[in-house]
Design a protein around this ligand. Structure first.
Ligand SMILES: Cc1cc2nc3c(=O)[nH]c(=O)nc-3n(C[C@H](O)[C@H](O)[C@H](O)COP(=O)(O)OP(=O)(O)OC[C@H]3O[C@@H](n4cnc5c(N)ncnc54)[C@H](O)[C@@H]3O)c2cc1C
Ligand SMILES: NC(=O)c1ccc[n+]([C@@H]2O[C@H](COP(=O)([O-])OP(=O)(O)OC[C@H]3O[C@@H](n4cnc5c(N)ncnc54)[C@H](OP(=O)(O)O)[C@@H]3O)[C@@H](O)[C@H]2O)c1
Length: 433
């Protein structure tokens, strides 16, 4: 009898886990990929920026895994809501948790909860058309916006704010969101790093794209682009060179302006009813290498603050979780007997899509070694239990119907290859009509 494994979450980690499980030859394995949304691919669909179409095309690889005969996709099924860990262990030989990192890290400064102070997770979900966020959630009515953090997510957010809606027209951005973007009043974007150019987390290719924006001048202050010492990895040297070349540029009068700032940490988001400014303190590194304030302050007159300081996993009911690392404690992917973890939930929210492949492979090696020769769990299919609870999973074919409706919508609107359907109801209508 084939080993039966439930993979929870259909992002890269979940799908690479399914692939590693069924593509090895030691043991026949059947995998069910259970996903809370009706759609697969996790952050490839609802994170990767809409204008990064070549990265998004990784979905074509992931799709081939879901089409393998040993793999089934069951959408609209949430662990902790429709099913418990006990339910899963009663019906599968093993469970692999791959639920990623869904929420934002907090800054812990006054004013963080004011209207207009926004987590990048929310903003990204909005422009990616995630069903958790209403397409009308944001109106970009402030002329100045600050983006805190200098990682690749901050760069994505800045690019979406800086581009015109025409530049995004051929992407899959939901139509209502594109309209909100076309009404944007944003003129100045301040991207703020609490350390220097040599410490920024963005990668060179992504940084360079900011210098090629047709609609925005990019400015760096020469004094903030100065870097002492020189023995940096190639990527970092590349970043420094690009930033220093921008510090010598003069604005040429493009409609928007991007200021990339360094050595400033946010200390307070100002305002009474909503965000009216961002107070920053100049920083330096202490002898121990920690970021410390210098007592010199500056205020940016912004009406919106986008906090892009990293993602964070949430605990799954009944699954061990460390409040220190905000991950599921594991040894080479093993959590407890017959329970495993992979992806961002296992190692934290860092690394590119491909990083999850080797990560999943490690978990699968552990799982197969643990279960070798073990007696199989022999209970009925999960659908019977879900049916008792009035849950009808979205099948892979139904997901294809959502995709087809998105392609049809793009044709009707005269936009690119596809336009995302906004909201759960629209997706369920498309797949069940
Ligand atoms: C905004 C953003 C942009 C990015 N852009 C790039 C990029 O351009 N290139 C690149 O290489 N990397 C990029 N990354 C990184 C990449 O997306 C991650 O490495 C990768 O998605 C992590 O995979 P994962 O499967 O662990 O998590 P996820 O992709 O988040 O997948 C988790 C899945 O689990 C599901 N789920 C959650 N809870 C439950 C539950 N209780 N029950 C059932 N299902 C559940 C979720 O709906 C989701 O589908 C980006 C990350 C972010 C945040
Ligand atoms: N195109 C791509 O390949 C792509 C696109 C998007 C995301 N990703 C990947 O997805 C992962 C997550 O990206 P991310 O941008 O969310 O995270 P990240 O790379 O960890 O960057 C987080 C940024 O927030 C800053 N920060 C953290 N806490 C802060 C605080 N309290 N105050 C001020 N600044 C603070 C960090 O500064 P410090 O360094 O000082 O802590 C850093 O600049 C990364 O591995 C990234 O490469 C890749």
């Amino acid at each position: 009898m084939a080993l039966r494994v439930a993979v929870i979450g259909s992002g890269p980690a979940g799908i690479y886990t399914a692939e590693a499980l069924v593509k090895q030859s030691a043991e026949p394995v059947q995998v069910d990929v259970l996903e809370r949304l009706p759609t697969p691919y996790g952050l490839v669909r609802y994170g990767v920026a809409p204008d990064h179409t070549s990265i998004k095309s990784i979905a074509n690889y992931l799709r081939r895994v879901l089409e393998l005969p040993e793999v089934r996709f069951l959408g609209g099924v949430t662990l902790g809501d429709h099913l418990s860990v006990e339910d899963l262990l009663g019906r599968y030989d093993a469970v692999v948790y791959c639920t990623g990192a869904m929420i934002d890290r907090k800054l812990g400064i006054p004013g963080e909860d004011l209207p207009g102070s926004v987590a990048a997770t929310d903003f990204v979900n909005w422009y990616c058309g995630h069903p958790d966020v209403d397409p009308d959630r944001f109106t970009l009515d402030s002329s100045e916006v600050a983006v805190i953090g200098v990682g690749n997510v901050a760069v994505d957010v800045v690019r979406v704010l800086a581009k015109t809606s025409d530049e995004l027209r051929s992407t899959d951005v939901p139509h209502d969101v594109l309209e909100r973007l076309s009404e944007s009043q944003v003129k100045a974007i301040h991207m703020v790093g609490r350390r220097g150019p040599e410490h920024a987390k963005f990668t060179l290719k992504e940084l360079r794209e900011l210098g090629e924006l047709a609609n925005a001048d990019v400015c760096v202050r020469p004094e903030e682009a100065v870097v002492l010492g020189g023995d940096f990895p190639r990527q970092v040297q590349g970043n420094i060179k690009v930033l220093q070349s921008w510090s010598a540029r003069e604005p040429v009068g493009r409609p928007r302006r991007l200021d990339v700032r360094f050595w400033l940490r946010p200390v307070e988001i100002l305002g009474t009813e909503r965000v009216e400014g961002l107070k920053l303190e100049r920083t330096r590194l202490s002898e121990e290498g920690r970021v410390v304030g210098t007592g010199e302050f500056e205020t940016l007159p912004v009406g919106m603050v986008l906090r892009s300081v990293g993602y964070q996993s949430v605990p799954l009911p009944g699954v061990p979780f460390s409040d220190r690392t905000m991950t599921v404690p594991n040894e080479a992917g093993r959590v407890r007997d017959r329970e495993y973890v992979a992806g961002w939930l296992k190692r934290g929210p860092t690394g590119v899509i491909g990083t999850n492949k080797s990560d999943a492979a490690e978990t699968v090696r552990t799982l197969l070694a643990d279960l070798e020769g073990r007696e199989r769990v022999d209970a009925g299919p999960i659908e019977a239990l879900l049916a008792e609870r009035d849950v009808r999973p979205v099948t892979y074919e139904e997901w294809l119907a959502i995709e087809a409706a998105e392609a049809e919508l793009a044709r009707t609107l005269g936009r690119g290859e596809r336009v995302k359907l906004a909201g759960l109801e629209a997706m369920l209508r498309a797949c069940r009509s």
